[in-house]
Design a protein around this ligand. Structure first.
Ligand SMILES: Nc1ncnc2c1ncn2[C@@H]1O[C@H](COP(=O)(O)OP(=O)(O)OP(=O)(O)O)[C@@H](O)[C@H]1O
Ligand SMILES: [Mg+2]
Length: 418
């Protein structure tokens, strides 16, 4: 049986703030005396009327000190102390033995032998008891303060770590944004420069055709060698037209890619964007990597187009980098329930576990200096996060699968578009 002084709270939470003293004695009157003697000290006194009850209480909460009667039936004070010391959870509680004066010397030796901190002789001297208990209460408070300070320090250092991480992320974004901005400007500029001569080449080609057709009428019947030259010229004109049409297509794609409308959400055709970026990386695929595209429904996605293009581009470039020699690059898109997925899979090297843990860290790269900045995935990650989605990388049987998942449905994006 245990009894706590009713006028004081002895809840577990309080015990952490306010120190508690465990008084152990089989005689109820002695417990009452102890309670009275400790009156006025800023602590809770918890009572136990047997060694067993005391050990149970020790396991439940922490005490600043245990006042332990030596002579108790069933389990005496020494046994209680030995049990307490043998358990790592209760080993550190300071013990003051309370014992009769008659066997003081023997008690002293035995008491210290069991790891007691001190002992007091009965009848108890109130001043000595209070002053000894006060020392342990003070010790407890200091320890609590220290623990609190340590916790604060730990949380401060984790705040610092978080600030550092954010700083690195921002820096990475700035570098990549600047890189993409200049690439975007370059691409847009080149597209513009190509567009002018392209337009007049196309229109002149039409005029040249018409003029040649008109000339043919004037020439009448052609001799066989002249007809041959004529046919060859016509064929070349058709090829030139096809070539120019391809350039026109490329210009459109370059323009799609270079839309640097970072913060702005708009509806894009995912297929168009992906085909545009595949054109841009086309020279790295040629003859080596087979591209499989699976464009699902819907094709339109509300997103920050420039950023999303860049994020998918980073995944595609990584996939290409991971495949030495032959390989297959699979890009699939479309909604799966209320989530939009863009999945880029490769048949490359895969990612070792220790690398996988760090791939989203800004500036983390396994590529040689000059080849990788280590920003691709960290940037893709923050873009996807901006859309409220997730970016995951996992190893497949062969190679890696990178998945962008963007939640669909009513979102700030949709509101923005209305
Ligand atoms: N598909 C992949 N297969 C194997 N490893 C990958 C793949 N994608 C990323 N990684 C690993 O993750 C690292 C980090 O990728 P991340 O795109 O962030 O940087 P990077 O490609 O090294 O450099 P950057 O993209 O700036 O040119 C890579 O260096 C590579 O080790
Ligand atoms: Mg990369």
């Amino acid at each position: 049986m245990t009894r706590a002084r009713p006028r004081r709270s002895t809840s577990w939470q309080d015990a952490n703030v306010r120190p508690s003293v465990l008084a152990v004695d089989d005689v109820a009157a002695n417990l009452l005396t102890l309670d009275a003697l400790l009156e006025g000290l800023d602590c809770d006194v918890v009572q136990a009327n047997s060694g067993e009850a005391a050990l149970r209480l020790l396991l439940k909460r922490q005490f600043a000190v245990m006042l332990l009667d030596v002579q108790m039936p069933l389990m005496d004070g020494y046994e209680v102390a030995a049990h307490a010391r043998s358990n790592p959870a209760t080993r550190d509680v300071p013990i003051i033995f309370l014992t009769a004066a008659s066997d003081s010397e023997e008690t002293a030796l035995k008491a210290y032998g069991t790891g007691a901190v001190d002992f007091l002789l009965k009848p108890l001297n109130p001043t000595i008891l209070r002053s000894k208990v006060s020392v342990f209460l003070e010790l407890w408070r200091r320890r609590e303060q220290l623990a609190l300070a340590m916790t604060r320090l730990e949380s401060k250092s984790s705040d610092l770590e978080e600030a550092y991480r954010q700083l690195k992320e921002t820096q990475a974004q700035l570098v990549q944004t600047a890189k993409m901005a200049s690439l975007g400007q370059l691409v847009a500029g080149v597209a513009h420069e190509i567009n002018n001569p392209l337009s007049f080449c196309l229109s002149h080609l039409k005029t040249a055709r018409k003029s040649l057709d008109a000339a043919l009428e004037g020439l009448g019947e052609l001799t066989a060698p002249v007809q041959q030259h004529w046919d060859r010229a016509q064929n070349r004109l058709v090829e030139m037209e096809l070539g120019l049409a391809r350039i026109a297509d490329l210009v459109v794609k370059l323009r799609t890619f270079s839309r640097l409308d970072e913060g702005e959400f708009k509806l894009i055709s995912v297929k168009e964007s992906i085909l545009a970026l595949l054109t841009i990386v086309g020279h790295r695929l040629a003859g080596r990597i087979e591209v499989v595209t699976e464009f699902g429904e819907p094709d339109t996605l509300a997103c920050a187009a420039g950023l999303m293009n860049q994020a998918v581009m980073n995944l595609v470039v990584n996939a290409i980098d991971a495949m030495e020699g032959q390989g297959t690059l699979t890009i699939s898109t479309g909604a799966d329930g209320d989530v939009y997925r863009i999945v880029v899979a490769d048949t490359g090297t895969g990612i070792p576990a220790e690398v996988l843990e760090r791939v989203f860290e800004p500036f983390f790269t396994t590529k040689p200096v000059g080849e990788g900045t280590g920003l691709g995935l960290s940037l893709a990650y923050s873009t996807v996060k901006k859309h409220g989605g997730t970016l995951t990388l996992e190893n497949r049987e062969r190679g890696t699968r990178a998945s962008i998942c963007i939640p669909l449905g009513p979102s700030p994006i949709a509101k923005n578009l209305l």
